[in-house]
Design a protein around this ligand. Structure first.
Ligand SMILES: Cc1ncc(COP(=O)(O)O)c(C=O)c1O
Length: 418
């Protein structure tokens, strides 16, 4: 019997260069200089000045938003966005079942009920399922643009407008992405972005919320930026101005060194996105039609940010070969960055969404999800293998090797069944 060429079965691995093969964000001499300058300028900023003002202005211009408020994290931004949009105890908010936990967890802290809704075949929120989940208590719909691929905003905007409820966005994966020329994060009453480590725009840690609505902006400030910002940015004749000194008593300010990193990264965001687009397109063109693998469909007019490239594994095309076996074989070929996402998963798989009451005793909404509740999200999650999307011309070589490794495993899958 001839020996298998697969590395897992003793053949030579396709990629010899040891991992890690992907590092983000790109830290250059310019990044280091920006941080050093900031160290000499201010490491604590109480008002809207310096690097905070500059970054917020640049983000507004980049997105086409009236306001942006920097926060200490995307999670803090989401919490503030819900509070600023008036989410209260007893309210229901529709959130994707398939997302990162922080899209939904702030709702527990506000006494509101996250109503999880399944995705469609794209992995993003299913507009039909959203319409079916709306009740008299529904206050808002939160949508995530998973892995940087925009959700169906046209359909979701129509549904929320018809029912007179707010649309909100968790744009934490989708900096610079757009639909029909309109940037993700500006399709809704409040668009929240994480600036955490590997995000397309990174501050190391941080986040921000974009909004075109003045009232939402004032309440965003009250939620995490008490005193100086509230006193100067909420008009003196506004009824909420009297609360400026205390705000709501929480502090979610970004660290100025983090803001300096993000400001420097923002100079390059479009160049990085263009590079990612080229590499994602290469992966998709090369892998379309490969047995066992399905590539995402990106509708015309949609620009993705390619936070990652989620491929769908199709065992039925490989005689039922389990995904774990395919994945470990890819790893053995040297694809150290192939990833099976963990914490970004159908939220009903987390104990917190099965029984939140030990942690949130006042959780009134009867949140009691169970595995099996969201069959589409669970199928997609259990069949996703995610790949990094590089941005430099010289990275194309690695992308070629990853594609070749995927094809190699697909071609020789029968060796794994023996
Ligand atoms: C979709 C999504 N929302 C929210 C967050 C939370 O952002 P942060 O880690 O900055 O708090 C993340 C972080 O990974 C995320 O992926």
């Amino acid at each position: 019997m001839t020996r298998s060429p697969l590395a897992l079965l003793g053949g030579p691995p396709l990629i010899e260069q040891p991992g890690p093969h992907f590092a983000w964000p790109p830290i250059t001499d310019q990044t280091r200089a920006a941080v050093k300058d900031q160290l000499g300028t201010a490491i604590s900023i109480y008002d809207r000045s310096g690097v905070v003002a500059e970054l917020e202005d640049r983000l507004c211009t980049y997105l086409g938003a009236a306001h942006s408020v920097l926060t200490s994290s995307g999670t803090a931004g989401l919490f503030s966005a819900y509070a600023a949009c008036g989410i209260q105890p007893g309210d229901e908010v529709i959130v994707p079942a398939y997302t990162f936990l922080a899209t939904a967890t702030p709702l527990f802290h506000l006494g509101a009920t996250p109503v999880l809704v399944d995705c469609d075949g794209t992995g993003n929120l299913d507009p039909g399922a959203v319409a079916a989940a709306i009740t008299l208590h529904t206050k808002a719909v939160m949508v995530t643009h998973l892995w940087g691929i925009p959700a169906d905003l046209t359909a979701l905007s129509a549904i929320t407008a018809k029912h007179g409820i707010a649309l909100l966005e968790d744009a934490s994966h989708a900096h610079g992405a757009s639909v029909n020329g309109r940037k993700i994060g500006t399709w809704s009453q409040a668009g929240t972005f994480s600036l955490n480590g590997p995000k397309p725009l990174s501050a190391g840690e941080g986040g921000f919320v974009a909004t075109n609505d003045d009232e939402t902006f004032y309440r965003l400030l009250l939620h995490g930026h008490y005193n100086k910002r509230c006193r100067t940015e909420i008009p003196a004749d506004h009824p909420l101005h009297r609360y400026a000194t205390t705000g709501m008593g929480l502090k979610f300010r970004i660290h100025p060194l983090a803001a300096a990193i993000a400001l420097e990264q923002l100079d390059h965001l479009d160049e990085y996105l263009a590079g990612r687009e080229t590499i994602a397109q290469y992966f998709m063109d090369e892998l379309r039609g490969t047995p066992g693998i399905a590539v995402p469909d990106i509708p015309d007019g949609t620009r993705a940010a390619w936070y990652g490239l989620p491929l769908q594994y199709r065992p039925e095309e490989l005689d039922g070969l389990p995904i774990e076996r395919f994945y470990h074989t890819l790893q053995a070929e040297g694809c150290s960055e192939a990833d099976r996402p963990g914490s970004t998963c159908p939220l009903n798989l987390h104990p917190l969404f099965q029984d939140p009451t030990p942690l949130f005793p006042t959780c009134r909404g009867g949140v009691a999800y169970a595995p099996g509740d969201f069959p589409v999200a669970e199928r997609i999650h259990h069949h996703t293998i995610k790949f990094p999307v590089w941005h430099r011309d010289e990275d194309l070589k690695l992308a070629e090797q990853y594609v070749a490794a995927i094809r190699k495993v697909s071609t020789h899958y029968q060796d794994l069944l023996r």
